[in-house]
Design a protein around this ligand. Structure first.
Ligand code: SIN
Length: 335
């Protein structure tokens, strides 16, 4: 009788233990997967809007399964730190400007070459080409997977003096992103480039640490750069676009069904960002005009040709690093 009671007690103990493991596993399984999306720009810009749309669609379609937290305006990590945070698994999605990948691949420097793309349509065509798509996978050895390209737009030159021709830029200090190509681009017009993170630009311009910068209209207006730049030259001399990236191990470790739903959502968000970016930049340009802070300078054909002549020699300096095949594919996209 006693041994029967002991046996029964042991069995119920074992059942209790199994039940609590089951409970723990199912409680864990019920926790949503958290995706932190950190970026450095304002919510109103193409990237800011894309991040918010991604959050909205994920929470509509994967409720309780995936939670998206968006951190705009360098509120979680600034330029210098966001890539490191992605690699450490502290954030799961970021979309750095294509100028900020030099440490991981030299091929993406193609996007910084001045006057390589005549407009955003040429950029788009190159991004969708086989070469463009292959660049999304070019950093997987570094645990970085590219999930798509997001447009911002063509860059405009701004300064505290009017810039009509390259010699107007001589001796001025220009803020540049962390890109050796952009460094050389300003050296080519005998200006002094200074690498600086995006969050520091407003103050840099305000205090005169730098005298000028380059950015698309959406960034100029949303960061109030126009309030500290009296002149903006509509130069369209280069592109500022993004690669949306994730940590390869994180992405491959997601359950297949979740990953494929996220990929579907990202495809929709990417299409939306890329179709709306032009309109957002036009709206920001109009807002700058309406604010009356800055004179907008349009270039004559001759003035533009002078900028092209001065800056184009930069291509040759980076041809070996980027690869002439990549540069030619980008040129083909513009034909
Ligand atoms: C961004 O658009 O993400 C920042 C661009 C910059 O650093 O100028």
């Amino acid at each position: 009788m006693i041994s029967f009671i002991r046996k029964a007690a042991k069995t119920s103990q074992a059942m209790l233990c199994a039940a609590s493991i089951l409970f723990a596993v199912s409680a864990h399984a019920a926790d949503p997967i958290v995706i932190k999306f950190s970026h450095v720009v304002a919510d109103s810009t193409p990237k800011g809007q894309g991040a918010l749309l991604f959050k909205k669609l994920v929470e509509e379609r994967l409720p309780g399964k995936v939670e998206v937290q968006v951190y705009p305006n360098s509120s979680l990590y600034g330029d210098g730190k966001e890539m490191e945070a992605l690699l450490l698994g502290d954030v799961q999605l970021i979309a750095p400007s294509l100028a900020k990948f030099g440490q991981y691949t030299k091929k993406l420097q193609v996007f910084d070459l001045p006057f390589l793309f005549k407009d955003i349509n040429a950029v788009d065509k190159f991004q969708q080409s086989d070469t463009g798509k292959s660049l999304l996978k070019s950093m997987e050895n570094n645990n970085i997977t590219g999930l798509g390209y997001w447009h911002n737009g063509m860059k405009q030159l701004s300064a505290n003096k009017p810039l009509h021709v390259p010699r107007d830029a001589r001796g001025l200090k220009f803020r540049v992103q962390a890109s050796d190509v952009l460094d050389e681009q300003f050296k080519a017009v005998r200006a002094n480039p200074r690498k600086m993170s995006f969050a520091e630009v407003y103050q840099g311009l305000q205090t005169g640490v730098v005298n000028g910068a380059e950015n698309p209209w959406s960034n100029i207006y949303s960061q109030k750069f126009n309030e500290v730049q009296k002149y903006i030259t509509e130069s369209n001399h280069g592109v500022l676009d993004y690669m949306l990236i994730t940590n390869t191990e994180f992405w491959n470790g997601l359950p297949d069904d979740i990953r494929s739903q996220l990929e579907q959502i990202l495809e929709e968000v990417t299409a939306h960002v890329n179709s709306e970016a032009g309109a957002l930049n036009q709206k920001a340009k109009q807002a700058v005009i309406d604010s009356g802070t800055s004179e907008i300078i349009s270039l004559s054909d001759d003035e533009r040709a002078q900028w092209v002549d001065a800056m184009k020699p930069v291509w040759a300096k980076f041809e070996d690093e980027i690869g002439s095949d990549v540069i030619n594919a980008a040129l083909d996209a513009g034909k």
